[in-house]
Design a binder for this molecule. Structure first.
Ligand code: ADP
Ligand code: ADP
Ligand code: MG
Length: 673
């Protein structure tokens, strides 16, 4: 029996594993780097062992340090999480030698599936359909162009050792094939220390659909349905769901059975994922197998009721799978939103810093019968550091069907409060509101097609604007009553706070009248264009200082986040940011004729969009640059980000040099006015 598990990972996945271990009565050991001294996983585990400096290659992925921690703690099993050492067969072998259980598949399976070319060959032999392409290695750019032409454009150029969306390029013609070959090769060499490249057909209008498998050491393997992960940016997943809105029962079964066949071919004996790319005609092709717990595993758990970590632990312990294929029933629908510390308004660039505010929605069953689950490794006051993956949380919802899961996700995102760090909640909320997403009409190109110029924030739906205007009027009144009471000038009830307001929401003005009856307020509003008065019944529990507003509008929940600004509130709702100004009718007349404030023009500077290190400056003083031309490269969170000119300009001054450590918004260079 496994008695003590060391988790060779950090962040949310370490916390996730600890939860199940605790449920099973197994002790846990955390490992941590200097950067994670105060991390949640360290606090949650029964013991914690320090393993070195922040960079992963000096701590979390140094096999010897993990082995020492195992010896020191006396752990008899290791869960590797995902990333780090999870797909490292040397690590799995070293554990085997020490007679410590590796909570993952056997080293042979990791090796067979760790390489994209090898695994593709194995898949083909096991009767699994693979993406048409060239199964061998490619020597140089000319050969790349020749093979690409033979495979037929468009093609995908890939690193055999690839992972995490790296070392991948699409090419539509010979020239792009040559270029793509070279850049994939460079990226692969830098990221994986292995520059072997191959080429396969690029599947058009592709959907990423993957099958969860589960095996034991007795030759049993089953599949637990699929997850669709088509919502991706830079070939990396942001929103996942289970099941897929695209699969029918027959395709699901065929994909499941092929995945089981492939798993059996490598004696797969743990939880794993077989990834497929599916074309518009439901043809599916094997992409790769991930021999570990997948980031998005919670959606499968939510629709099958199976705890995948528990199953992995049992398999590693030599137990026989206690589930048969016929026991696996898919129930309802689950969605996952990956909440990242990245700025959607700046091309999803990572942002780091202290989480001065972190208030996730409540987990558990909602009044509508949906379920909310939030897997995280952070807490309020904690820090998102530049050394690791910038994921803050995985917010998951379950509903009895897809629409219910979407609605639950919208509501959960509405009350998720994160401050002081750029995050992608506005973007996630926008996708959840989007008609095309709602219809399930998605492909891996969805983000690129729907947000071609990046994400600029959503427009506020006019129906929502009116509700926000009315609620803000009531908030303002409550605030005014509070202020009057505090100042002691007049009793709250004596003072005339007023009940008529002109409320500016973004560009639009609403005339609002409030009236209190039995704890519920009746709010009547008209807008400039539509003079018909609309009456809403509103109650709210907001208090001055709160950043989340929870209201009932005509008996329906309506929640949003606010920050005080002069004359009102900055409101964030469903991906839209609007300033709401609350004025008395007379003041509103004056405001209408006030000149607008001029906002400082920073466009003549190139500012550093996130804290990072300058890798290179690509221009010189006096040089004329064109729109889109690369100006500088900044490295942050293991990613190189190229900063480009937004318009034609001449470089006046350069303030930063390679190696400089810059804070956000520090000036890198100045353009001629
Ligand atoms: P998934 O399909 O579960 O999202 P990915 O392959 O995208 O799997 O990666 C899972 C995790 O492993 C990510 O969070 C990423 O940080 C990490 N990861 C995967 N490959 C690499 C890599 N080559 N370098 C650094 N991190 C990686
Ligand atoms: P990684 O190891 O980085 O996860 P994958 O091979 O799983 O690499 O590919 C990552 C993503 O790239 C897929 O989810 C898919 O969106 C896209 N992709 C990969 N191969 C193809 C292909 N042949 N055609 C179309 N899209 C592809
Ligand atoms: Mg993949």
């Amino acid at each position: 029996m496994i008695k003590k598990i060391l988790i060779a990972n950090r962040g949310e996945i370490a916390c996730r594993v600890i939860k199940t271990a605790r449920k099973m009565g197994i002790k846990t050991v955390a490992v941590y780097s200097d950067a994670d001294k105060n991390a949640l996983h360290v606090e949650m585990a029964d013991e914690a062992i320090h393993i070195g400096p922040p960079p992963a290659n000096q701590s979390y992925i140094v096999i010897d340090k993990i082995l020492d921690a195992i010896k020191e703690s006396g752990a008899d099993a290791v869960h590797p999480g995902y990333g780090f050492l999870s797909e490292n067969s040397e690590f799995a072998k070293a554990l085997k030698k020490m007679k410590v259980a590796f909570i993952g598949p056997n080293p042979g399976a990791i090796e067979a599936m760790g390489d994209k070319i090898t695994s593709k060959k194995l898949a083909a032999e096991a009767g699994v359909s693979t993406v048409p392409g060239h199964m061998g290695l490619i020597e140089d750019a000319d050969e790349a162009a020749k093979i690409a032409k033979k495979v037929g454009y468009p093609v995908m150029i890939k690193a055999s050792a690839g992972g995490g969306g790296k070392g991948m390029r699409i090419a539509y013609n010979d020239e792009e094939a040559r270029e793509g070959f070279q850049s994939s090769k460079n990226e692969a060499a830098a990221s994986f220390g292995d520059d072997r490249i191959f080429i396969e057909k690029f599947i058009e209008q592709p959907r990423h659909i993957e099958i969860q498998v589960l095996g034991d050491k007795h030759g049993n393997v089953i599949y637990l349905g699929e997850r669709e992960c088509s919502i991706q940016r830079r070939n990396q997943k942001v929103i996942e769901e289970a099941p897929s809105s695209f699969l029918d029962e027959k395709t699901r079964k065929a994909m499941g059975e092929e995945s089981v066949a492939l798993s059996k071919a490598v004696d797969y004996d743990s939880a794993g994922t077989v990834e497929f790319i599916v074309d518009k005609d439901k043809n599916f092709y094997f992409l790769e197998m991930n021999t570990r717990l997948q980031v998005e595993h919670p959606v499968t758990e939510m629709i099958t009721g199976v705890d995948l970590v528990e199953q992995m632990i049992r398999s590693a312990d030599g137990e026989k799978l206690n589930l048969k294929q016929k026991d696996i029933k898919l129930n309802g629908w689950a969605m996952e939103s990956r909440i990242y510390a990245e700025d959607p308004y700046r091309n999803f660039l990572p942002s780091i810093g202290r989480l001065t505010r972190y208030r996730p929605p409540a987990e558990g069953t909602t009044p509508d019968g949906a379920i909310v689950r939030n897997d995280t490794g952070v807490y309020e006051g904690g820090e998102i550091s530049m050394y690791y993956d910038p994921m803050i949380a995985k917010l998951c919802t379950w509903g009895k069907d897809r629409m219910e899961a979407i609605k639950a996700m919208r509501a959960a995102l509405d009350t998720f409060e994160i401050k002081a760090i750029g995050h992608n909640i506005p973007f996630l909320a926008t996708v959840m509101e989007h008609g095309r997403f709602e219809r399930g009409d998605i492909t891996t190109a969805y983000i690129a097609e729907e947000f071609p110029d990046g994400f600029q924030g959503a427009d506020l739906n006019p129906g929502y604007a009116r509700k926000i205007a009315c609620i803000c009027a009531l908030m303002h009144e409550k605030n005014a009553v509070r202020n009057a009471a505090v100042s002691g000038i007049l009793d709250g009830h004596e003072r005339k706070i007023g009940s008529e307001w002109v409320i500016e929401v973004g560009e639009k003005n609403y005339e609002v009248k409030t009236e209190k009856t039995d704890g519920v307020s009746l709010v009547t509003s008209t807008d400039e264009t539509d003079k018909a008065a609309i009456e809403l019944e509103i109650s709210h529990g907001w208090n001055p200082g709160d950043q989340t507003v929870r209201a009932l509008v005509d008996n329906k929940l309506f929640n949003f986040t606010v920050m005080p600004i002069p004359e009102g509130y900055a409101v964030q709702y469903r991906g839209a940011d609007v300033d709401v100004k609350i004025r008395r009718p007379a003041a509103a007349k004056l405001a209408a004729i006030m000149p607008e404030k001029v906002i400082a023009d920073t466009s003549q500077y190139l500012l550093c969009p996130m804290p990072g290190v300058i890798v290179s400056i690509l221009v010189e003083v006096g040089e004329e640059v064109q729109d889109g031309q690369a100006l500088a490269v900044v490295e942050a969170m293991k990613m190189e980000n190229t900063l480009r000119a937004e318009k034609k300009a001449v470089i006046k001054r350069i303030d930063a040099a390679p190696g400089d450590n810059l804070a956000v918004d520090e000036v890198i260079m100045e353009f001629e006015a």
